[in-house]
Design a protein around this ligand. Structure first.
Ligand code: NIG
Ligand code: FE
Length: 411
């Protein structure tokens, strides 16, 4: 099956020598082809270039993109997409002045979602998450990482992971699954946190790994949640089963989480509001992708991670939606792109690299996704008529995506 997209006003983020991630100054560079064509064969990118170079082609389908641009699909490398119910009441509590940690202490927050997930049927969780995946596709995402973490018991965590497995089997999106057994401390384990860590180490990790339910392992390593000592124990147990880490770190304090992530050669460490010189130094030269979650910082009114400082130090930065009911109830990666520019003063090029190539790296798929390159999978979207690629982050809040292709097929 060959599909030819013609008369593309601008084909954005093409790569001739694909790299696995963009770091430092590379982040400010993207390449584009104006008045371009894109040829897809059997789900992969076969060729692209200026219309003037288009040789006589036989294609099963020709799509005329006059006036429209083509971008590689967003990769959303950090989400908690499987959940039950919403938490707008806590959102109002926050407006009234309660902090995230205060709400968590009262049994709200993550524990509130955990109770609902424990009570929900697998079918209900699947149906709700599938709808969210459809929204994501409409906003231009092509790949998504989904975490467990609202289970808190072995049974409920495995239920969440089975839902993610079913989503993998039934959705056209590329999905990676992460076991986040240590997301919060259940009430019955308060004061004996080590016993809960034991449960994660001796039961959750072996179960998830033996059934092939998880690609990665995550821990909420932060003040008031899990310590570096706890995290070391869980990441070590995960590593024994080949589960690479992608951890929540330094959202609430200088928790040591970033250094811990680097020590375990984590694929990513995420949030990073509290990142100082020591943390940046630890990340330099590592394979760990710093991942910032602008939606959560916006929604919770937090300090902003020092993204410019990180890039100046030669680091790459990825960004993701963190879609979840407590701190970022949105599936919209276009909004994340805009927040990158508005709140973190990133250039559109830097922001685009953060939500595509680098976020693909942060979920382990940048060899096959994240840019427009020959041999990569054909995941891309065609925009509505727009004047320039800078318009994508500029026109925040509106959906600029008109048509979506995943694995070369229109969705
Ligand atoms: O990534 N920070 C920890 N976990 C989630 C929030 C989960 C929740 O509040 O339900 C996050 O923001
Ligand atoms: Fe998260």
């Amino acid at each position: 099956m060959r599909t030819l997209i013609t008369n593309i006003k601008e084909l954005v983020q093409v790569e001739y020598c694909p790299k696995l991630r963009a770091v430092g100054k590379e982040m400010a560079r993207i390449e584009t082809v104006k008045d371009a064509y894109l040829l897809v064969e059997d789900g992969f990118i076969k060729d692209f270039g200026p219309m003037g170079m288009l040789a006589e082609q036989t294609a099963d389908r020709v799509v005329d993109a006059t006036g429209r641009m083509v971008f590689p699909s967003f990769c959303d490398s950090h989400t908690h997409l499987v959940y039950a119910g919403s938490r707008e009441i806590e959102y109002c509590d926050k407006i009234r002045g309660l902090s995230y940690e205060e709400i968590a202490k009262r049994g709200g927050g993550i524990l509130n979602s955990a109770k609902r997930v424990q009570e929900a049927s697998e079918q209900q969780l699947y149906d709700d998450a599938f709808l969210r995946l459809e929204q994501m596709i409409d906003f231009g995402s092509g790949a998504v990482e989904i975490k467990s973490g609202y289970g808190m018991t072995v049974e409920a965590e495995m239920k969440m992971l089975r839902v993610i497995r079913r989503l993998k089997e039934t959705s056209p999106l590329t999905i990676k699954s992460t076991l986040l057994g240590a997301h919060g401390i259940p009430m019955e384990y308060r004061g004996r946190q080590e016993a809960f860590v034991d449960l994660v180490v001796h039961e959750m990790i072996p179960h998830a790994a033996e059934e092939g339910l998880a690609d990665y392992i995550d821990v909420f390593c932060d003040q008031g949640f899990f310590t570096v000592v706890d995290t070391d124990r869980m990441l070590e147990a995960g590593a024994k089963y080949g589960l690479r880490a992608k951890i929540h770190a330094n959202e609430l304090a200088y928790s040591g989480g970033i250094q811990c992530a680097v020590r375990w050669n984590a694929l990513s460490c995420d949030h990073l509001e509290y990142t100082g010189d020591e943390e940046i130094e630890a990340l330099r030269g590592s394979e760990t992708m710093p991942t910032v979650l602008p939606g959560a910082a916006f929604f919770l009114g937090m300090v902003h991670a020092p993204v410019r400082k990180m890039m100046d130090a030669g680091l790459g930065v990825a960004m993701a939606s963190d879609c979840n009911p407590g701190s970022s109830p949105s599936t919209n990666m276009q909004l994340i792109l805009s927040m990158a520019c508005i709140n973190y003063r990133m250039l559109p090029e830097e922001a685009l690299n953060a939500v595509t190539l680098n976020s693909a790296y942060a979920m382990g798929v940048s060899r096959e996704l994240g840019t427009i390159a020959v041999g990569k999978r054909a995941d891309f979207y065609i925009t509505k008529p727009i004047p320039s690629y800078e318009y994508m982050p500029y026109a925040y809040g509106e959906n600029k995506v008109e048509r979506v292709f995943l694995n070369g097929l229109e969705v």
